[in-house]
Design a protein around this ligand. Sequence first.
Ligand SMILES: [Zn+2]
Length: 336
Amino acid sequence: MVKLLKGQAIEDLEQKISQRLRKLNETVGEELGFGKPPFRNALESVAFMSGLKPAIAFRIPYDRVRFLEIKEFCNRNNLFARHTAEKFVINSNTDYTKFLPLGSEKKGEIYVCISSEKERAEAAAKSFAKDVVVFGRAMGYPECCLEFGGSLSNNVGNAEKERGDFVWSRARNRSYRNSEKFSQLLNVFSGFSLIPHVPCHLDCAESKKYAKKMLALIRKHDSALAKDLLLYLKIPSLFWNYCDYILFDGTEEKGALHYSDLKLYADSPKFFSLAPDYKASTRAKEVYGFLKKGNNLKDSRLSLEVFQNSRKTGTILKEKEFEFFLANPQKRKIKF
Ligand SMILES: [Zn+2]
């Protein structure tokens, strides 16, 4: 059997990484005198506290008390916290964001933006899901990647949404299709990523520079974690969006991805719980069922073929080009 993880289950590796990241976040917070950081994304938090990233942003349910706790942490640390002037509901995994007044009775979330520079925190909170370029610049993303935006590019329904035949708002999809080479450091198709943004392409020099600094930071504190992350970033992903994908323990041989284990993530309805969209997750589950019947696959623009050794067990036709695609960071060159 073809194994990348050498007997380790994908889930075990993820859990190990999550635990070590949580610990790293707290250790760095303590060491740098911040105290226990209230930020959920440990990688971004470490980057922010260490000065690699000038601002940090995250979403929380709109709750005055919760925000005040964060604000207190910021006051203690000479940081500025600003939140969006409206609540929002992420309507779907195509990133359409609907805004609601803060006083609305409907449930919603706010985005909290924090920086040691007041103007930066304000610019980020004002531009969130309204202007990806201003928001990305405030977050310190590379200039070349700004148009790719964060995940919440909010362009559905906008005249700009179609560029050529692909949807503007599906940033990772665009990034993949904009690429000729794939640097493992810029893998943004699974659960952990060294960079906080979607790169303009998967070999972007500025993004790689950031990823290397991030990796060095991690290595300095926890070299085993850095090693595990590098292993994780080699895992191939059959990708719909950042909530719906399938990961494989396997490697490529003679044009096919041979796998000994696979894990399904179909989390859109959970992630977008305020307005769930079941389409991609249902499709991912269906494709997962096919993949379980085989041990290798071939992916192309419009179809996915599944084989058990050399016997074909099924062909899945894609609804449109790149409805989903195999992002394999073990392959340096991207061909489609
Ligand atoms: Zn770039």
